[in-house]
Each structure stands twice: as C-alpha cells, then as structure tokens.
Write a protein of this length. Structure first.
Length: 431
C-alpha cells in the first residue's frame, strides 16, 4: 500500500455502528483513512458516482434495500471499487454468497475490532488491484499462466497465484482430533476422553456403531460412548476419531469433482487400514500411528481438487483447462501441497515425509519404515480398485517397498482380505 489516504465510503443508517467504524479507523496511527458517511443507499450511490472513493463499507440491512440486492446495485455502478459488506448475522451461507457475487469480504458487526477492520480494508484494495492487473483492455479476464493454455504447468501457476491472492484458503485440521491428542499426551483416562467426544454427536454415534460392529462387537452391546471407548481402547478410538472427523473434509460444492472426492476418501481410508494391518503383520513399532499416516498421505490431492473445483465453480480459473491435464497436474504436484499443509498443521516430520514421497520412494532420503509401509499400502489398495482413476495393472509383489519390508504372497493376501473386510464394515457405519 502507498502512504496516500484511503478514502472509505461507509453506507450505514445506524449512527452507533457508524460511530464505531469511525472510531476504529481513527485509531490507525498513521491516520491513513478518510471516512465519508451515507445513511441511505441512494445517497451512497450518488457519492460513489462522484468519484474519489477507494473502498465501500456497505451495510446489508439498510431499510431501502433487499439484502444482497444492496450490493448488486452498488457494485454494478462502479465495479472497479472494492466493497466490504457489513452484516448483523453470523451467517456463513450469506457471507459465501456475498463473496461469490463479487464482494471482497463480509464482516460481522460486533465481531470486528480496529485491527481486523483495517486489515480487511487494506487486503480488499490489494486484492482488487491484483484482479485489475489480470484484466485486458476489453475487460475480459486474462489467463495468468506463462505457459500455453491447458498445460499442467499453466494450471499449477494459476492455482498457486490464486492461493497467494487469498481467493482460496487452506483447510483447517479437525479441532476435535487436536484436543484428543492433547488430552492423550496429558495422560487423560478413558472417561475423560469419552466426555470430550460426547461434545460431537456424529463422532459419538459412529464410535458406538464401530464398537458394536462385527469386528469389535462383544457379547454385550455398547450402549454408551464410555462403554464404546472402553471396548475399543485409546489407540483404536483415536484412529476412528481421526477417520470420522477427516471424513468431513472430503466435500466439494463442484459436482464435477464429487465422484472423484468420494473415491479419494475410499482410497485414503483403505490405505489407512492397509498401513495398520501391515504394521501389525510385521510387528513393526513405528514412531507414528500407521493408520493415521495412511489416512493423511493423499491430503494434497484433496486440497488441490477442492481448490480447483471451487475456482472453476466461481469462474476464477482460466477458460482453457483440460480435464486430463488437470488430473495430471494434481497427480504430479499433490505431494508438495500435502507436505506443506501437514507442516502447517504441525504434524510430525514422519507425516510430512509420507505426504511428500508416498509414491516417489526413490526420492526420499532417508527411507523410513513408516514410508515403506504407506508406499506399499498405497500400491496395494490401488491394485484392489480403491483408486481415483483407472490405472494399468499394478504388480504389488514386484514393488520396492514389498521387497524391503520382506512381505511374501501369503502376507499380501492376508492384508488384502482384512482391508476388504474393514472397508465393507466402515461403509455400513458411514452410510
């Protein structure tokens, strides 16, 4: 940002809210904001048309407007001026719709302090300027790639560019898994863990279903979460909490990628089971849990496809995106994205290494036992049909990880049978 004063037009009919905004901007030490006030939409549009405004703060609840119609009218007049919406409702659907329509941000009154307001204003202006740099003389959006349209490199450049601009945010790790891990590290008992998990109805009900499944069920039915946790034990409970909470991440609003995301979930879950079963068959003691290592190995693909799906839905990605090249881009670069995300989430170096090298074993140095386990599990479940795309037949027995782990045909068949059984059981539970 330059040092010149940023001229903000506040369209707000509530004098108390207007004064709060004025006081927040007045707190800025460099005095870099000038504020103009309009109490009605019509007055605001006139002031905007007169020029000299850098950004508009627009109240969604003005009496002379109809919700997002307020924004639509104002934005149609001067689309070159960024607009940040103010709302009384903490309504995620409304905020997403507002941003999709073209607003740079949507702030909830009562949840905004001076720092947040200033950051939102400055970021909105910077983002709008970056957006304008991509516009041609005819006002059409230009492709941001430096390579020919449709190549995997150009698609990746577009994705990275839009990530950096803040168009798409990285997902956050499920909070309940973080709390679970913290409690276990502090030595919490089964009842304390059960009390934590009771806060999440979905996890509680599914854990009880797991405890009563054919694989874990005993003579007596587990009717409470405490009984279910006691039957499963801390390790198995944590694995299923990871699985159930991570399942919620595998969503997309772009119907084009819905089937792929579902297959990716099946692949990730089956890889988790295969990793766990292999470690049990070989009696390996790993520094990190094999199940969760397998569950998280392809998180980079999830992030990239969610980003691409959302950007295509919002028509933010270039027009000449070839589906085959897109799949190739994700397959080629998901390792780096996954490793970066797990590092951001503060996962251990073991998880980061597996995300980076689970299908590039020869590039890893050193090659850890857990990497060998997930590398083998990844290939095994693909050979069983748990994959996102049709691939050539995979010879698991000839894989380098199979050789280094000293797995024989009998062991491989045993792992396959158990993975198939676990997946069938989990499909019933998630259904």
């Amino acid at each position: 940002m330059s040092d010149k004063t940023i001229k903000v037009l506040l369209v707000e009919d509530n004098p108390i809210d207007a004064r709060l905004v004025q006081e927040m901007l007045a707190e800025v030490k460099d005095g870099g904001f000038g504020l103009a006030l309009a109490e009605q939409l019509s007055t605001g549009l006139e002031r905007l048309a007169a020029g000299g405004i850098d950004l508009v703060l627009l109240d969604l609840s003005l009496p002379d407007s109809q919700g997002l119609d307020t924004f639509a009218k104002a934005y149609a007049k001067t689309p070159q001026v960024p607009i940040v919406l103010l709302t009384n409702l903490d309504d995620e659907a409304l905020e997403l719709e507002a941003v999709r329509t073209g607003a740079q941000d949507c702030l909830v009154k009562g949840q905004v302090d001076s720092n947040l307001l200033v950051r939102a204003i400055r970021f909105a202006i910077e983002r709008k300027r970056a957006e304008e740099e991509r516009l041609g003389a005819d006002g059409e959006e230009e492709d941001v790639q430096t390579s020919p349209p449709g190549t995997s490199t150009s698609i990746l450049e577009q994705i990275v560019f839009i990530f950096k601009r803040g168009e798409i945010n990285l997902p956050s790790p499920p909070q309940i898994t973080i709390k679970f891990k913290e409690m276990v590290n502090k030595g919490a008992g089964l009842q304390q863990i059960a009390f934590l998990l009771q806060q999440d109805v979905a996890i509680s009900s599914k854990l009880i279903s797991v405890a009563n499944s054919a694989y874990y069920g005993g003579l007596a039915e587990s009717k409470t979460l405490g009984q279910a946790v006691a039957r499963l034990g801390l390790t198995t409970t944590r694995q299923y909490v990871d699985a159930i909470s991570n399942r919620a991440l595998y969503v997309t609003r772009n119907k084009k990628f819905l089937e792929f995301i579902e297959k990716l979930w099946d692949h990730s879950l089956s890889c988790a089971y295969a990793s766990q079963i292999v470690s049990e068959v070989l009696k390996l003691e790993l520094p990190d849990d094999a199940f969760t290592l397998g569950l998280m190995h392809d998180i980079g693909k999830l992030v990239l496809f969610q980003a691409v799906g959302e950007l295509q839905r919002r028509k933010k990605l270039g027009k000449n995106v070839d589906t085959a090249e897109l799949y190739n881009t994700v397959d080629t670069h998901h390792n780096k994205f996954g490793a970066a995300l797990l590092k951001k989430w503060n996962f251990s170096s073991g998880y980061v290494q597996i995300a980076a090298y689970h299908d590039n074993l020869e590039q890893a140095d050193p090659i850890s036992k857990e990497l060998l386990v997930v590398h083998f599990a990844n290939l095994l479940v693909k050979s069983m049909g748990y994959d996102q795309t049709q691939q050539a037949e995979i010879d698991v027995e000839d894989a380098e990880s199979t050789r280094l782990l000293r797995l024989n045909s009998r062991m491989i068949a045993q792992v396959k049978d158990q993975v198939k059984g676990r997946m069938e059981e989990m499909r019933k539970i998630f259904a």
